[in-house]
Write a protein that binds this ligand. Sequence first.
Ligand SMILES: NC(=O)c1ccc[n+]([C@@H]2O[C@H](COP(=O)([O-])OP(=O)(O)OC[C@H]3O[C@@H](n4cnc5c(N)ncnc54)[C@H](O)[C@@H]3O)[C@@H](O)[C@H]2O)c1
Length: 373
Amino acid sequence: MIIGVLKEIKNNEYRVSAVPSGVAELVKKGHKVYVEHDAGFGSGYTDENYEKAGAEIADAETIWKASEMIYKVKEILPAEYKYLREGLIVYTYLHSNAHLDMTLEMLNSKIIGIAYEDVTDKNGKFPLLSPMSELAGKGGFLAALHYGQSVHCGRGILFNRVSGVDTPVVTIIGGCGNSGLGAAEIAASLGNKVIILDVDKEIMDEVKAKLPSNVEFLYSNRANLLRCLKETDVLMNCILWNKTRKDHLVYKEDLKLMKKGSMIIDIACDDNGAIETCRSTTHDAPIYFAEDIMHYCVDNIPSAFARTASIVLSNSTLPYALQIANKGCEKALKENEHLLKGLTCYKGKLTLRETAVKYDLELVPQEKIAQEF
Ligand SMILES: NC(=O)c1ccc[n+]([C@@H]2O[C@H](COP(=O)([O-])OP(=O)(O)OC[C@H]3O[C@@H](n4cnc5c(N)ncnc54)[C@H](O)[C@@H]3O)[C@@H](O)[C@H]2O)c1
């Protein structure tokens, strides 16, 4: 198969989908891999590193036109729509339920879109999402350390246990998941009082065993949440939110309970989602204030740690890229129900239920498509 690895064009996106060792694995199996000039630059890999791994360096247009599978990191941006064509496989984070325009472009152009974030494993977890979530949770807490500073519009609180000063409180909604646990590990290691709100008692018990005693666990309900809002210095939202939900966990009104100038770090960053006042932001302009509360809602936090993130991403996405390339897309999807879960659209048909429900578009279930292969 001819595979194209692109340089990401999204604002401040420095990750690359395949690091040189990943490219070498694809080449070893007999596939032709194009890598865009400087695709690895932001993660510290040179064109020469990729050439040594067996790739051919080319420009974006050549790669989009020549490739059978585009292997990238972020969703398809408007400048890339012109390259979409029937049967082209695009394997990436698509987040189609957050990008109606892109979804319609994918359907009109009849590409095959496979979204990393929806691929599952045998436990029903999301193996291509979880490694990035952990980094996002950790990076989100580090952002709190940064933007909490007086010189960065914060209240001037050092999120650390300092003698003679109240210990800062960090509340993490959905704290037992991948991003929440990542955030809790660092926040707790600095001595903060960490409160985790979650709904899964079994996982709470597991996580409790891994974290120190300055982490408290509460069942996530409205009463506990409102109580936490009053005392918290940083509220982190780490919930995998159902995109079809119309309600919120934290309403605009609720922000009045919080201390003026305190922070919300919304890792999930679903616009108008679990946090009503959330709108996603970029690394260039990461924060804004709503109801006197600072909001940080960057939707590609791991890009700030591009080298680490690219290595983790490449290693986790490669096994599926190899299946698609070795077997052909249809056979790979038919034989792997977990990969099939990532199928967002197939040649003009929308196959991802959440996106179909959210935008009231016709759904053709993934299993039905696979039966026709
Ligand atoms: N901003 C970024 O750069 C970035 C990067 C990666 C992932 N994410 C996003 O972060 C979000 C979380 O991902 P994850 O992998 O950590 O999810 P996860 O499924 O591992 O964790 C979610 C947790 O929320 C808990 N939960 C569910 N409903 C709850 C409720 N009502 N109250 C409290 N807890 C509840 C679950 O029990 C679970 O422990 C996703 O939306 C993902 O897309 C963002």
